[in-house]
Design a protein around this ligand. Sequence first.
Ligand code: ADE
Ligand code: ZN
Length: 321
Amino acid sequence: MIKKAELHVHLEGTATPALVRQLAANNGAELDPSTFASDGEFRWNDFWDFLKCYDKAAAAIRSKDDYRLVTYDYLKRCAAEGVIYVETFSSPDHAAEVGISYQDHLDGIAAGIDDARRDFGIEGRIIVTCVRHLGPEKAIAVAQSVLDAPHPYVVGFGMGGDEAQFHPKDFAPAFNLVHNAGLATTNHAGEFGGPESIRATLEHLPVSRIGHGVRSIEDLDLLAELAAKRIPLELCPGSNISTGLYSDYESHPFHRLKEAGCLVTISSDDPPFFATSVGKEYANVANAFGYDDATMSQITRDTIDAAFCDDELKERLKSEI
Ligand code: ADE
Ligand code: ZN
């Protein structure tokens, strides 16, 4: 089995409908019935509706141990597909929404990583994220929490949410806070925003990767800049197809971005929402573009190089590929 790695997955967005139901039942939490469709899967009909559905499902995760379980369950499924490294986004704002402190949230995720390493040999690290549509003040509060409670597994800072809200420069104070403390950063840009959203991110935020960035294909000068600077793109083809950006893998720009010299990586984003997994993404990309095993393994090596973890771990991971 090809060894795999992913850099772009939202932790709350990894919990399956079954796990969400189980957590809600354990916690005596009433879930909004509109969270699920009649077939039991998550129900949403466009990107903005997906963000709402994500929030409703995340509300079932109510404690430190719930976060441990969600993390462990995801890493277990990943390890079974040959994934050796996952960098997951954590969202303290989602935890705070149900009364979980920053520290408990972090400790729960770290415990899930430790348990999964012990049981399945998989390695994990955390990128703490803020939510763009919640605004710059909340982003600064999240960034400050990262500084106030440093943790060896927290290797970066990022931002997800609705790309149409606010401007990247509004978040420069939050990003600069963590960047100046030595952490790497990434921002969702060029998913539902066009290439100008990626340009604005590069201009105003100290990022070393771009979340998605797929819409750079619409701007050849930007594409050349991303390629020349070797700024890794956290591509999530199945997510883009599910949310309607592209109709299928064949028409997804993955191959064209790779051919243009961009450093491309493959991630699942929110796997059960998009009926995918890292293993499925690797298989679908390989099938669509006729990539052989050597090409896929090289993508994993590039992904590890693009990771935010330390060099010693990167070398160990690459020796496993
Ligand atoms: N939050 C969870 N998944 C997301 C995505 N694909 N884009 C932006 N924010 C998100
Ligand atoms: Zn994402």
